[in-house]
Write a protein that binds this ligand. Structure first.
Ligand code: 9MR
Length: 392
């Protein structure tokens, strides 16, 4: 669909979206449907959002970045909140030991604020060695390694939390610390010196720096059968945090559903009852829930695109129906809105396989049945009392 500037204004496109139109050689912004996903969510006391990338300061207007007017139009049309896909990770904010780099993250926060959108923080500690900055892997913890490691963590968490201050009202404090295969806490250079205290230290430091911010543990235990160990491990881990009075407010359900396994196979099969029980137990600990990184890995779905999009939408609706039946869910975020910008279509992940269709919009920025499924699931969800101040 190609729009003139006048069409765009008629459709209610504003600001950057409309201004980007005349005669430019890149994807044209389209008008997103109304009511938006965030408007539907707001009617139920929830917010809808997406991941977004900053891109280089003066980068090309392509991809899932704020430089891309077509992508920005989808974000501002559909979302009430955003989360940086990578820009607030430790490897991005502190790539070397000697300094912090806030430029890209700050640009994303400014973009969100300019459009009246809230922004979540992701994440203070991604407790998986592969994603540590290199300097941390080889850090010299000296003769009193436990206190040096604690100081390093507290300094980092405090510096980052204070940098953004109250502009960020919800942080993924710790990401993916439970091993999906064993259900145990991952071992890292930090646990070598601090043991399980690594996690407690991060949550306490975040609470100290931001007393009223929502503090979240975020992980990818899913509803498919292959996640059973992971779910059990996360539950035990959360029980431990609660029993030690560690300041945690919510569990982030990443919700990368579909998975690598064939959905028809024994391990790829969804387990709605087990998923419901898991959420029931987590909320029984007094924790809130968020859907933080929703998408559908459709590798094992039918190859015909129309049949595939239908199957993806049905799969997602069934998942969201169970998940949103919990009034403790206040935020639903997709990990990208447009298929072509999804991490699942990165060369590293796709490994030469077919293009995946994991997001609510296709590569031409047209809404897909998955967008309708999300809207339907939100419409079907019970209302709840809003937790966050409304945006947009
Ligand atoms: O989508 C992200 C991708 O661009 C990055 O290369 C990758 C490593 O930083 O992280 C991806 O996002 C992950 C998120 O931060 C945590 N949960 C899993 C997400 C997909 O891998």
């Amino acid at each position: 669909m190609r729009l003139t500037r006048r069409d765009a204004l008629q459709f209610g496109l504003t600001g950057a979206a409309a201004a980007a139109l005349p005669g430019m050689g890149f994807a044209q912004p389209i008008a997103t449907p109304t009511p938006s996903l965030n408007q539907l969510a707001a009617a139920k006391g929830m917010r809808f959002g997406s991941a977004v990338a900053a891109g280089p300061p003066h980068g090309p207007p392509t991809g899932g970045t704020i430089n891309n007017p077509a992508y920005a139009a989808v974000l501002t049309g559909e979302c009430g909140l955003l989360v940086p896909e990578n820009e607030m990770k430790m490897y991005a904010l502190r790539p070397t030991l000697d300094g912090y780099r806030f430029e890209a993250a700050d640009r994303l926060v400014a973009f969100a604020e300019q459009h009246g959108l809230a922004i979540r923080g992701h994440n203070l500690l991604w407790h998986k060695p592969k994603y540590f900055p290199n300097w941390l892997q080889s850090y010299d913890f000296g003769s009193r390694p436990a206190s040096a490691a604690e100081k390093l963590l507290v300094d980092y968490v405090t510096t980052v939390c204070r940098h953004f201050g109250d502009r960020i009202r919800s942080w993924d404090v710790v990401n993916e610390t439970i091993d999906q295969n064993t259900g145990a806490l991952r071992e890292t250079v930090l646990t070598r010196h601090l043991g399980d205290r690594v996690i407690d230290i991060c949550f306490h430091a975040a609470r100290e720096a931001l007393p009223t911010c929502q503090l979240v543990y975020n992980d990818y235990m899913e509803w498919e059968a292959y996640s059973v160990r992971h779910r059990e491990g996360v539950l035990r881990f959360l029980e431990g945090l609660r029993s030690r009075n560690v300041p945690i407010d919510a569990l982030g359900l990443q919700s990368h559903i579909g998975g690598d396994a064939d959905v028809a196979s024994a391990t790829g099969r969804p387990e709605p009852k087990a998923w419901h029980d898991f959420l029931h137990q987590v909320t029984g600990l007094g924790l809130d829930l968020l859907v933080t990184e929703f998408d559908v890995n459709d590798r094992g779905f039918p190859s015909d695109p129309a049949a595939r999009d239908r199957a993806v939408a049905d799969y997602a609706k069934a998942y969201l129906d169970v998940t949103l039946s919990f009034p403790q869910v206040h935020d639903v975020l997709c990990w990208g809105m447009v298929d072509s910008v999804s991490w699942l279509n990165s060369p590293e992940f796709r490994r030469g396989g077919r293009m995946l269709r994991p997001c609510p919009y296709d590569g031409e920025y047209r809404p897909k049945p998955l967008r309708q499924a999300i809207a339907d699931a939100i419409r079907a969800a019970p209302p709840r009392t809003p937790r966050h101040a409304p945006h947009a």
